[in-house]
Design a protein around this ligand. Sequence first.
Ligand code: M6R
Length: 383
Amino acid sequence: MKGGFDHYMQKEIHEQPESIYQTMRGRVRMEPQVQEGSLDPYKQQRIKLGGLAEHLETIRSGRRIVFVGCGTSYHASLASRQTVEELVNLPVACELASDLLDRRCPIFRDDTCVFVSQSGETADTLAALEYAKSRGALCVGVTNTVGSAIARSTHCGVHINAGCEIGVASTKAYTSQIAAITMMALALSEDSISKREPRDAVIEGLAHLPDKIRQALALDGEMRELAAKLKGEQSLLVFGRGYNYATALEAALKVKEVALMHSEGILAGEMKHGPLALVDESMPILVVATRDGVHKKMVSVIEQLLARGATKHLLVVCNEGDEEVAGLCASHGCSLIRVPQVVDCLAPVVNIVPLQLLAYHLTVLRGFNVDQPRNLAKSVTVL
Ligand code: M6R
């Protein structure tokens, strides 16, 4: 059942080139095809999401899009928020289901609420769905389980097709959720002439994603070595911003959930507003600094951490060929995790892969249960 792997979590991490491919299969036309008699090669559909087709116009003409989820599913919507904002040009909110319910958050009949859930059975997400329905919103499901309560109760949706996920720690569902929401944004912006160029870049990025994930998986041995260095530590701070704020949150969740080590994902822009006080020469820190619109700011974050002496365990996720970050880190003996570069909005998919591996190896080396972490269940079906 584990196909030669020791644990389901490990198997599911390594399945990601295939699971992400399955999420896109039959839904993305990778090459624009010039149609006979058509002067405009773009006048064709490149994204086909059958479950959403009839509702695209309603969503486009709505007031805003509200993503709702818990845990990793919430992180997947955070990772994709900027893509939806940029391509669809609508305000986008991301809500934790329990918090939305606690606040009785205002939801309107011209809102689109998107419920993101691997299992499709999470009690808080389901209760938030019933609440949004009672307010008259269009409810869309992004789930991995056909026939689940959320898949049945929503008006329409996208199945992520990642395949069965058994490990309590969600890994392949996370990357497939990001791909599915990205496809949703592409489908919603299909009519927009001004978005053609960015859309083409994202579609091109999707086409290469399975290979890029494969390259990131090749870091497995390096991640085991880093885990061996970190295994006796008490805490790990993870800094990211922009698209990779979600990567920081998700990496920290994996570390605390399975390796049972305290870990905190921190928006790098907030560093000076409190977290910097925790930084000294012994604090283990991971920084996600791949090349994107906030790269310069992340280089400055690394400089500031180094200036506070954070050198014992400074791990930096950067792109292959990023000599600026490499040079900065080499002079202080920091560890580099070099991942392939992809279009900005898909970087969270590639960047999380070595960090999932790091959490996995940390768990094994610390001697904890990988697939059934203490006190947790795969699916949280009670409020
Ligand atoms: O099935 P769901 O996606 O609705 O589950 C939501 C969370 O319970 C889940 O993502 C949880 O955070 C994971 N175990 C994290 O790895």
